[in-house]
Write a protein that binds this ligand. Structure first.
Ligand code: HEC
Length: 167
């Protein structure tokens, strides 16, 4: 092999390694979890943390003391040092007094400075099958400021517990 060929090969090997190295570094820095439909599938099999009786505080209109809310934490996730880990998924299933579905809401810790004022949580409305619901215009019902920020505004009341009331 010619000397120049060997040098070229060595340079190439070095360049390739540098590219892979920087990719790995990037992955370490970008710690983000972007939920999709599959993230919530089978949510009723997640860890059931609490069952609460009475009118849903988020609705004010789903009946009486017999209405029910179930709060599920995927993998029974808990905060560490006061913050939930990126990828934490919490689902709330709320029913009316007659047992019919009121609404299914969810919060996902998205991370990556998604919404630094709100703990980087993304808020969701779900369909009964766990897929992300759509509004009448067909837009997915998700975001830090879902419902004009209504979800987040109220959850700010639990900011000292990383925006989660129930745990
Ligand atoms: C007026 C206040 C209020 C509003 C508005 C509100 N929530 Fe909540 N949310 C609560 C309270 C209080 C709880 C605690 C559980 C309970 O008592 O039902 C809760 C619980 C939850 C939980 C379970 C985790 C936890 O914090 O305990 C999720 C998920 C959730 N809400 C999502 C949403 C989403 C999504 C919206 C907007 C579509 C929303 N919430 C709007 C007050 C509110």
């Amino acid at each position: 092999m010619k000397k120049t060929t060997i040098i070229t090969l060595l340079l190439l090997a070095f360049a390739t390694q540098t590219v892979f190295q920087s990719c790995t570094d990037d992955n370490d820095e970008i710690n983000e979890f972007v939920a999709d439909d599959s993230s919530f599938s089978g949510f009723d099999l997640f860890h059931l943390h609490a069952t609460k009786q009475g009118i849903d505080p988020a609705m004010h209109s789903n009946g009486d003391s017999t209405a029910q809310r179930k709060i599920y934490f995927k993998d029974d996730v808990s905060p560490s040092n006061g913050r939930y880990p990126v990828g934490a998924i919490v689902v709330k299933h709320s029913t009316n007094s007659d047992g019919s579905l009121n609404q299914i809401t969810a919060m996902v810790k998205r991370g990556n400075n998604f919404d630094t004022d709100g703990g980087d949580w993304e808020y969701f409305m779900l369909q009964p099958d766990g897929k992300i619901a759509k509004d009448p215009s067909g837009n997915l019902m998700r975001g830090a400021k879902l419902m004009d920020g209504m979800c987040q505004n109220c959850h700010t009341g639990a900011a000292n517990k990383d925006y989660i009331f129930s745990k």
